[in-house]
Design a protein around this ligand. Structure first.
Ligand SMILES: [Zn+2]
Length: 320
């Protein structure tokens, strides 16, 4: 058979649908769309089910990293078979968590905030049998648009019954008009969206601070730097746990080998780097299962030591 990439993409998508029922393809099988299928990856953690849902991806033109030499970034990208001259594609994953009598979302994807390559979460939720009104709890790692845009894709709240838990520090920062007035132009949309989300959800916005059990079995884990109140969530059930770490890592290709590399959108890249180094050390020592927003999909795995730095060890496809 002649090698034809567009045809092969269809075959791969179709075969995956037949042979791996835990991969849930959604949408059309037209050749040009097949490689952009929205997929969801469910996994058990104790009695909880965590489902990684791809919201899509966006391209981010460089330079993307700070506090690191350009040559080191290029070498890391080359080592990952990525072309430094091509704008980096960044995937966005949201997480559905079911169990303990709750239907929760950790972050909400971008909605319409980051262009047409994102905003696939609603279709994925529908395919999983989850209606917007079924979501009772939303846990935000921080208030950037690719994490909160899905809460307000239009004029009204997307999840009418959800309490939205967000760190007090992030809520205060991104809804502060005085801080917004001093911020660069490229961040104005983030401030506007955060204020709109806070307004749309009103009293259902529930701020928390520090390391606290936000809902039973879910504990916040402060990981500041990417934003002032950025945090992960530790989900525990029985003797199993997973930490969903949001944007503590943006680029798997660069920031495991170079934890010191800040990202251009970090509010405080130096603090983010310091926190990332400590976080990696903890994860490698404790061998904790983690999931991230911008890891290569489905983005569930472990952090391993590799010399003086670290490596991403993606979990092998989990059929159980
Ligand atoms: Zn993000």
């Amino acid at each position: 058979m002649p090698f034809d990439l567009s045809r092969r993409a269809v075959i791969v998508g179709g075969a995956a649908a037949l042979l791996a029922p835990r991969l849930i393809p959604i949408g059309t099988a037209r050749a040009q769309d097949a490689v952009q299928m929205v997929v969801a990856y469910p996994r058990k953690v104790g009695d909880l089910e965590i489902v990684a849902i791809s919201d899509g991806s966006f391209a981010f033109p460089g330079p993307l990293f700070v506090n690191i030499a350009r040559e080191e970034v290029d070498a890391a990208l080359n080592a990952a078979f990525l072309d430094p001259a091509v704008p980096m594609t960044i995937g966005v994953t949201a997480h559905l968590v079911r169990g303990g009598g709750r239907t929760m979302l950790i972050d909400s994807g971008a909605g319409g905030a980051f262009g047409p390559g994102l905003g696939r979460l609603p279709a994925a939720l529908a395919a999983l049998g989850v209606a917007p009104e079924d979501i009772d709890t939303v846990l935000l790692t921080h208030m950037h648009g690719d994490h909160i845009g899905g809460l307000l894709p239009g004029e009204v709240a997307a999840f009418p019954n959800a309490a939205v838990h967000v760190s007090e520090a992030d809520l205060a920062f991104w809804t502060d008009e005085a801080i917004a007035a001093r911020a660069p132009a490229e961040f104005q949309g983030a401030f506007t969206l955060a204020r709109a989300v806070a307004s749309a959800y009103g009293e259902r916005i529930q701020p928390f601070s520090g390391e606290t059990e936000v809902v039973p079995g879910v504990t916040s884990l402060p990981l500041p730097g990417h934003t002032v109140g950025h945090n992960g969530f530790r989900l525990a059930s029985g003797d199993q746990q997973v930490i969903v770490f949001g944007d503590a890592v943006i680029s798997a290709a660069v920031q495991f080998t170079h934890p010191e590399a800040g990202f251009v959108a970090d509010t405080d890249p130096a603090l983010a780097a310091e926190i990332r180094a400590r976080f990696f050390d903890m994860l490698a020592t404790d061998r904790t299962l983690v999931a991230g927003t911008h890891m290569p999909f489905p983005g569930i795995g472990h952090v391993a030591r590799a010399g003086d730095a670290y490596a991403w060890a993606p979990e092998e496809w989990h059929y159980g």
